[in-house]
Every structure is written in structure tokens, then in C-alpha cells.
Design a protein. Structure first.
Length: 185
């Protein structure tokens, strides 16, 4: 009876049908492409290199994340932003903006840049609610500003914009370019 070959290393197994050592491992829960080797020492060397490279990638990633979080915290402090904070236990940025007359906007983002973008977008919306001007509406579902003008009593959409001031500029331009614009509405 033939003795079964065992590597003693997690991720390296003997395949009798191929007569080779197979290295199988995962990266972030996803299978890493397996590779065959004639000797156990080659397989171990390869696995060590793969795991070492992955460890270096994780450390680089962690270093970048730490730098991003530090930079974001400084920005929050320097700009005195009270609507964005980093939650260490969840490793996310929380964005909370109180919208007058409406429910609060609260969400979590892994990326600090996305959190700040959302914060500024909703702060812009908040200031818009305080001083209604022209027919510019915010579509909360699509997170964009809709510019509308009235022509001969009928609303006409000018366009959709990521920022309020872009919608305002487009509205003013549409009003100036259209002689049938209803100024009294």
C-alpha cells in the first residue's frame, strides 16, 4: 500500500493523479490561481513568496488607509466640519446633515473623499432650503439638482446638475436666452 504524501503546510497538497504538489490559497477570500510543482520545496518557496507579497500589499493598503484617515481628521478639524466623523470600530466615515423641515441625512462611507462630497452636497442643499430662488429642485434619489423654467405657463426642464450653482447658472442662462420665459412665476 502506497503512503499518502502530506505537505504539513496549509495551502499545499499532493495530487496523486498529476504526481505534483499543488499550491492553493486565497486572497481576500477569493481563490488565488493554483500552481503545480514537482518538489515540495518549490511549492513552499512559491507559497511563501505569494503570502509575503500579499502581506506587503496589505501593509501598503493599511498604510494608505491610515494616511487617508489622518488627513481626513485634520481636514475635519481645520474646516470645523461637525457633520463628518470617523468611526474607528466600523472603519467608516459617518455623514450627518440636518435638513430643515425634512428628515436628517445620515449615511456611512468607506472613502473620506466620498463622505466629504456627500457632506458638501447636502450642506449646499441645506443652504438652498433656507433661501429658495428660482425653480431649482433637488432630486434626493439621483442626488442631483434639476433646473426648471416656465415657458408660456408650462414647466420645462433645463437640465440636471451635480451642484446647485451649476443648476443656477444654467437656469439664469436659459432665462436670458428664452424670450418666452415667464418672469412672474
Amino acid at each position: 500500500m502506497e503512503e499518502k504524501k502530506v505537505s504539513g503546510v496549509k495551502g499545499i497538497t499532493w495530487r496523486e493523479n498529476r504526481k505534483k504538489w499543488i499550491v492553493q490559497t486565497t486572497v481576500d477570500g477569493m481563490p488565488y490561481p493554483s500552481k503545480c510543482f514537482s518538489t515540495l520545496s518549490q511549492a513552499k518557496k512559491f507559497l511563501k513568496k505569494v503570502k509575503g507579497d500579499l502581506l506587503i500589499e496589505v501593509k501598503k493598503k493599511d498604510h494608505c488607509r491610515i494616511a487617508e484617515i489622518k488627513e481626513a481628521k485634520e481636514y475635519i478639524k481645520n474646516q470645523e466640519i461637525c457633520g463628518v466623523k470617523y468611526i474607528d470600530k466600523k472603519d467608516v466615515f459617518e455623514v450627518e446633515v440636518k435638513l430643515s423641515g425634512e428628515s436628517d441625512f445620515l449615511n456611512y462611507y468607506y472613502s473620506s473623499s466620498e463622505a466629504f462630497r456627500k457632506y458638501h452636497l447636502f450642506k449646499e442643499y441645506q443652504s438652498f432650503l433656507k433661501k429658495p430662488r428660482r425653480n431649482i429642485q433637488f432630486d434626493r434619489e439621483k442626488e442631483c439638482w434639476i433646473s426648471i423654467i416656465s415657458i408660456n405657463g408650462f414647466p420645462k426642464e433645463v437640465g440636471r446638475f451635480p451642484y446647485y450653482f451649476d443648476a443656477l447658472d444654467a437656469t439664469v442662462q436659459a432665462e436670458e436666452e428664452n424670450p418666452d420665459f415667464d418672469r412672474d412665476i
